[in-house]
Structures are given as C-alpha cells and as structure tokens.
Design a protein around this ligand. Structure first.
Ligand code: 2P0
Length: 327
C-alpha cells in the first residue's frame, strides 16, 4: 500500500542570525536565532512511500535530481525511516514557488515541507515542536519554517531541546513587509554550511559574536512586545552586519557581500534620512532584504528602482501561516 502526504512551508529570513554549529551532525546551533516567515516564497512537497520503490527519488521543479545533489535529502529520509520504523523508500515531488530567476530557493522551506509531508504520509502525529526538531536535522533554518510570523529557534543542548517556537507579536507582523533586492553576482558561492563552519572554527571575531547575540535576541523580543519598529530595525541591522564581520575575521577571511550590496545599504540609509524607516539584513549571499512597515514600502521600492530593475526588487508580506497539509 502506498502512503502519501503533501505539505507547504514558507521560507523564513533570520533577523537574528544562526551562524555556527555546536554539533554538526545533529545540527545544534551555537546561538539562538529569530526569523520572520514570508508569504511569497514557499515550497510544496508531496512524498509517497511504497514497498515497491528500491531507492528514494527526488523530482524538483519537474526534473529528477541526481544522487550527488540529493545527498542531504537521502540522509534526511534515512532519519525519517529510523524514527518511524519504516523500511520503504519514497518518491518526493517538490516545487519551489519563488519568482523566476530570483535564486531565492531555500533549504528552510524545503526541509520544513518535507518533514510535514513525511509526518502526514506515515501518520506520525508529530507536534509542531517535534516537526521543528525533525526539520532541523535537514537544515537548521528549517526548524523556524514550521511556524508563521516571528519564530525563535532555541539552541538547546541536544536533539530533544533544540527547536523553534512562534513568538506572539499581537498581529504586528501584518503591518510589516520585506523587500528583496536580488543581486546577481558571478563570484563563487560559499555555502552557508561551510561558511559558518569555517567562521566558527577560525574567526577572531567569533567569540564577540557569541557574547552579544543573546542581548540582540532579548532586544528584538522587547521591540516586538512594544511594536517598536525603530528599535527592532536597529538591532537586526547591527546583528546582520556583525555576522558578516565574523566572516571577515575568519582565516582566511571571506565575504558574501558585493559592491551592489553596499549600494542597497546606502539607499536604505538615504530612505531613513528622508524620514522612511527601513532596515537591511543579508544572509549567505549578496542579496539584501529590507524590513519595512507596509505604509512605507512603496517609497523604498521607488528609491530602489532608480538603481535596480523591476525583476530585482520583490516585496513580500510576512505570513502568519506555518506549515500546511494540502490536498
Ligand atoms: C539563518 N543562514 O539564520 C542563517 C543566517 C544564513 C545566514 O542560511 O547547515 O541553510 O543547513 O543548518 O540552515 C542558515 O543556514 O544551514 C542560513 P544548515 P542553513 O538563516
């Protein structure tokens, strides 16, 4: 008998970053992180387990993915089999809903959707907390994509204690949005996995990062409680830049940022000067994400469109919806 389940999960963007693991194989982070879940970018995944399959197969956006690229998925499926005492292999069909050519496909939505689809297919009846723990084993940031709105991943100290939960913002997220500036650069990409590992192991600034991240988490939670956008923005901008500074302190140093990234940061500063508060954050790549109140979103977009083309500037609401079972 075939067993199948289909789920949707949205991408999240960290406002306080996850950067470095305490345990590489269990994916336990060195510090707590905090994110917003985005409405516009998501993954839908259907998984079908069958006694007739002789291996796992992944079809991504309609094309079969080769074994090398699917390695992380196979490891994850082995974990699911172990936990559910199933020996069946699975056929996994996954579609990323991100604007074409934006290059924003994310392992966060991918593993959150896959965890939820497996839970459904195998009738595992996992709680959101346990789904978050499971998704974490695929990719750390996926632990946060189980939830909508603001989510905090508590680092914990082992597999049991490391998971995310939603943070009640009393509906504030409905007033906020995120504007993406997609910067295409040709430089060789350092994956977030290897970048954070190299930085944790070698950066002269890494201890400084660890020493201040808890303060940032506390400040962000206070700003959310008070619906204080300026406070929120100032903290997240500092935290994001500090994460990128740790990479510059690594031996050898590296950076994800390119000249256009700095150009966007400058536009953000100019918008603030003009009386439109907005704040930037960057992840393991050159793209810049700008947190803004919806009422000021158009001003920021117009300012960006003087330097970037329409395809490069994409706005998304923050969704309150966590993982969903579909069909
Ligand atoms: C985050 N980033 O908190 C951090 C901040 C980028 C910068 O992409 O190794 O893909 O699979 O656990 O979850 C997190 O990297 O890394 C990430 P793994 P993941 O979103």
């Amino acid at each position: 008998m075939n067993m199948s389940g289909k789920a949707r999960a949205h991408t999240n963007i960290a406002l306080i970053k996850y950067w470095g693991k305490a345990d590489e194989s269990l994916i336990i982070p060195m510090n707590n992180s905090l994110s917003v879940t985005l409405d516009k970018f998501y993954t839908e995944t259907k998984v079908t387990f069958s006694p007739e399959y002789t291996k796992d197969i992944l079809v991504l956006n309609g094309e079969e993915v080769n074994e090398e690229q699917s390695k992380k998925i196979y490891q994850f499926m082995n974990l699911v089999r172990e936990r559910s005492h199933t020996s069946h292999y699975a056929y996994i069909e996954s579609v990323n809903y991100v604007p074409t050519a934006a290059g924003l496909a994310s392992s966060a939505s991918a593993f959150a959707a896959l965890a939820a689809a497996c839970n459904e297919a195998l009738n595992l009846n996992m709680s959101d907390k346990d789904l978050s723990r499971l998704a974490r084993r695929g990719s750390g940031s996926a632990s946060r994509s189980i939830f909508g709105g603001f989510a905090e991943w508590e680092k914990g100290h082992d597999d049991e204690t490391s998971y995310a939960h939603a943070i009640d913002a009393q509906g504030w997220e409905e007033d906020l949005s995120m504007v993406f500036v997609v910067i295409n650069n040709q430089s060789k990409k350092v994956s977030s996995r290897s970048g954070m590992s190299h930085t944790r192991d070698t950066s002269r600034f890494y201890q400084y990062w660890l020493d201040h991240v808890d303060e940032d988490i506390a400040s962000v939670k206070e700003a959310i409680r008070n619906k204080d956008f300026k406070h929120l923005g100032e903290v997240i901008e500092e935290n994001g830049l500090r994460m990128h500074a740790t990479n510059l302190g690594a031996q050898p140093p590296f950076t994800y940022l390119v000249p256009e990234s700095y150009e966007v940061m400058d536009i953000v500063h100019q918008c603030r000067k003009a009386g439109y508060p907005c704040y930037f954050t960057m992840d393991a790549g050159p793209n810049v994400k700008i947190l803004v109140e919806k009422k000021n979103q158009q001003f920021i977009i117009d300012a960006l469109l003087k330097s970037f083309n329409k395809e490069q500037v994409i706005a998304s609401d923050i969704t309150n919806t966590g993982i969903e079972i579909i069909e």
